[in-house]
Write a protein of this length. Structure first.
Length: 414
């Protein structure tokens, strides 16, 4: 690939990856002693309903915690106490009056670093209460000024749960996708399927058929993998809406390969609906689900020599010009052929694991979720946007004299 059609992303201060300090908050990694950030034992709802979590919140002493965790406890205590959706507005008013920090965070962006978790929960409350003009303007300003830069790996547990739901409520369906993917790591399979079903209702109400097809694919994958109750009625409703909107080809091309590969899906009514809808024979015989080809090269970059691996000769000079390293060795490579929602994994040095999940693939453009995991925790996360043939270079884990580079090339015809 010519350096002129390559996109270089070098992420500096790589120590941030291992200490959860990237972006807004130094508290983004999971606290092992904090159940609010470790797991979410309930599906999407307007408040907090799990009895054990409610008991934990009832007995918690917020004053003994760091400022961000203290504020998070107060926010979630109010959400646990709300009896119905109408009470969310009063809950926010109480919080506003009793905790001046909330006003500071909303009105003064410079006060927000270190408060990522309570910020996304405030955003949820602003999204959940009756949609008055000031609330709509305030939450959008909060999002544009700060929250749009948050990456999925920076939040976990209930903050991730509530932020994902808020994005769905606000019609930010594609922005919600990587957060919805990450949420799977904090819930049980049955709860995750419930969350996907709620998400599907939101995106179909918003008539975002591209996001809807991606979520339906995730539902098929999660339902067959974990052998749990399948939301057949919701799937049928969504497919019927797509047929009515003239988007049947989109959903057919997305779901047909999954149905063909999973005999357990044949019993459901949504499959019958897929197969009964009349389409031209020429289209039927040419159904081919698109896969994204992702080629990953793992490169060790260093400063102690001028060596360039023979397999990297065509890009070595361009890497030298762009990066502050003098040697480049190919440590490994792998090619994935993935549908949207599928996960590809590759082992990296220092016991790191690379995970790649295509989010969308449309007209030669793709978006893929890239994360590096160590000891079951995300240490790095980004979303890569690329055109067919595009190449992105990502800075990865440190080595003795440099760091690991991930050179990611994509092609939608794979």
């Amino acid at each position: 690939m010519s350096k002129f059609n390559s996109k270089i992303i070098v992420l500096l201060a790589m120590a941030f990856m291992f200490y959860g300090c990237a972006g807004l908050s130094a508290n983004a990694h999971i606290m092992e002693d904090d159940p609010l950030r470790n797991t979410v034992p309930e599906s999407f709802h307007f408040n907090l309903q799990n009895p054990s979590v409610r008991n934990y919140l009832k007995g918690a002493d917020p004053s003994a915690l760091s400022p961000d965790r203290e504020l998070e406890i107060y926010l979630l205590q109010e959400l646990a106490a709300v009896k119905d959706e109408k009470g969310l507005g009063k809950a926010f008013d109480r919080l506003w009056e009793e905790h001046k920090t909330i006003g500071e965070l909303i009105n003064h962006p410079q006060s927000r670093p270190g408060f990522t978790y309570p910020l996304v929960e405030i955003y949820y409350l602003l999204s959940a209460v009756p949609d008055q003009n000031w609330q709509r303007q305030t939450r959008e300003r909060l999002f544009q000024e700060t929250l749009r830069d948050i990456k999925p790996h920076q939040i976990s547990g209930y903050a991730l749960h509530l932020y994902t739901l808020a994005l769905l409520k606000n019609g930010k369906y594609h922005i919600a996708q990587p957060f919805l993917l990450r949420l799977e790591r904090f819930v049980t399979p049955s709860i995750y399927l419930e969350d996907l079903t709620v998400a599907l209702d939101y995106v179909m109400d918003g008539k975002d058929y591209s996001a809807g097809s991606q979520i339906m694919a995730r539902i098929c994958q999660a339902g067959t993998r974990d052998n749990i109750k399948f939301p057949d009625k919701t799937m049928c409703k969504a497919i019927s809406a797509m047929i009515e909107a003239g988007k049947f080809e989109l959903i057919r091309d997305t779901l047909t390969p999954l149905v063909n590969d999973n005999p357990d899906l044949q019993e459901y009514l949504f499959v019958k609906l897929l197969r009964e809808n009349p389409v031209p024979v020429t289209v039927k015989t040419s159904v081919k689900h698109k896969k994204l080809m992702v080629e990953v090269q793992v490169i060790k970059a260093g400063k102690n020599s001028e060596y360039i691996d023979p397999e990297l000769m065509d890009i070595g000079e361009s890497l030298k010009e762009t990066l502050n390293f003098s040697s480049f060795r190919l440590a490994g490579k792998k090619t994935f052929h993935l549908q949207t929602g599928e996960t590809g994994e590759m082992t990296l040095p220092e016991k790191n694991l690379l995970r790649i999940v295509p989010i969308s693939l449309d007209r030669g453009k793709s978006r893929i979720d890239v994360s590096i995991v160590k000891d079951h925790h995300d240490v790095f996360h980004t979303v890569v946007e690329s055109v067919d043939g595009g190449v992105t270079t990502i800075g990865g884990p440190k080595t003795n004299d440099g760091l690991i580079l991930l050179r990611v090339a994509t092609n939608g015809s794979g």
